[in-house]
Design a protein around this ligand. Structure first.
Ligand SMILES: [Zn+2]
Length: 359
């Protein structure tokens, strides 16, 4: 029986079952014939604290990201400006970052604002967690570990891709191995309370279709906007297993739609190239049973992924330079946040007749 990674409750519901999936961080060499290993990929919603979470994890190690999307670095700069205006980021204040294994550190930006790294083991005025916490299997212990590092009056800044956005955008393929938690704001607040922290202000950013930055501290009072966010997310059904379970129906429908679209293009003799060998592309391709016959290649700017193939398929990953040589009839973009930068980097794809498909 599952028990909650945050509150330990065994009451809850299986809300999304994507069956057996390849680990989305394991890109085999292109010449490796497979078969690749498969593991169950399932999301469970705690009936007690309403944290949506990964049910089981194969424990494979994630490869570090080679290239940070510009959307991610732009958002970091935007968030730091917002936090400076809010008085959280200020010269002389100390900072600790609990980072994401995928990269994307804010420390260079914070140092440029005059913030100072806390000494090892010492508390800090600002503890930053930007997509780090979701990678922790034991959510309660991880939250406690962050709270422990707070200096008196200090704040923990927790940034997450919100479950409300995942639901609104039907982003069922956000579910992946290695990502243990999918926070709604109410569930994040309950988790923080287990470590003695209370919410203060909160901000949202368009990244990934809706990213929340939540301020937590020992003596904070919820800002009106934070209370409104909690109400709005509850009303949207973030704690309702029937609503979150809609992701499962969307997974089937979304996979079928993509397969149909690519089959159409293949029949019409159109050449389609995928862009962005992201983890969510792995889940989508496997769920939709799409292989090299429907999608001959995916390009990705990360040198670490080139010369490899998409897990559990024969689709090779190649350099984006491929796009310059012979522009395809259509580009299938797996990471919609990349659209502006991909368009800017490959003007040849802007010609009339080149179709852009976002998933
Ligand atoms: Zn729970």
């Amino acid at each position: 029986m599952p028990s909650c990674r945050a509150c330990g409750s065994t009451a809850g519901d299986l809300v999304l079952d994507l069956g057996e999936q390849p680990p989305c961080d394991l890109f085999p060499a292109a010449a490796d014939p497979g078969p690749d290993p498969l593991f169950p990929l399932r999301m469970w919603l705690c009936g007690q604290c309403s944290l949506a979470q990964l049910l089981e994890d194969p424990g494979t190690r994630e490869e570090p990201a080679g290239v940070e999307p510009k959307a991610l670095t732009d958002q970091a700069a935007h968030a730091v400006r917002v936090l400076r205006d809010a008085g959280v980021v200020r010269p002389g204040a100390t900072v600790i970052e609990f980072g994401s294994p995928h990269g994307g550190s804010w420390l260079p930006l914070l140092r440029a604002e005059g913030m100072v790294d806390a000494a090892p083991g010492e508390p800090a005025d600002v503890v930053l967690d930007c997509f780090g916490l979701m990678h922790e299997a034991d959510q309660r212990a991880a939250m406690a570990g962050r709270a422990e590092r707070l200096a008196p009056g200090g704040v923990l800044l927790m940034q997450y891709h919100s479950l409300a956005s995942i639901l609104a955008g039907k982003q069922w393929n956000a579910l992946r191995h290695g990502h243990f938690a999918y926070y709604s704001t109410p569930a994040a607040i309950t988790l923080a309370a287990s470590a003695g922290l209370r919410p203060g202000r909160s901000w949202t950013f368009p990244l990934y279709g809706g990213t929340v930055l939540l301020e937590l501290g020992r003596d904070l009072t919820p800002a009106q906007a934070t209370e409104e966010r909690v109400r709005a997310e509850r009303a949207a059904g973030v704690a309702d297993a029937a609503v979150v379970g809609g992701l499962g129906r969307e997974a089937e429908a979304g996979g079928a739609r993509l397969r149909e679209l690519l089959t159409d293009r293949a029949k019409a003799g159109k050449r389609v190239i995928g862009y962005g060998a992201a983890s969510r592309a792995v889940v989508l391709l496997w769920s939709a049973e799409i292989d090299i016959d429907l999608l001959p290649v995916i390009v990705d700017a990360s040198p670490a992924k080139q010369g490899r193939r998409m897990p559990a398929t024969r689709i090779p990953v190649e350099t984006p330079r491929l796009l310059a040589g012979s522009p395809p009839d259509a580009v299938l973009l797996f990471v919609p946040d990349l659209l502006p930068e991909v368009r800017a980097a490959h003007p040849a794809l802007g010609r009339p007749g080149c179709e852009w498909i976002t998933v």
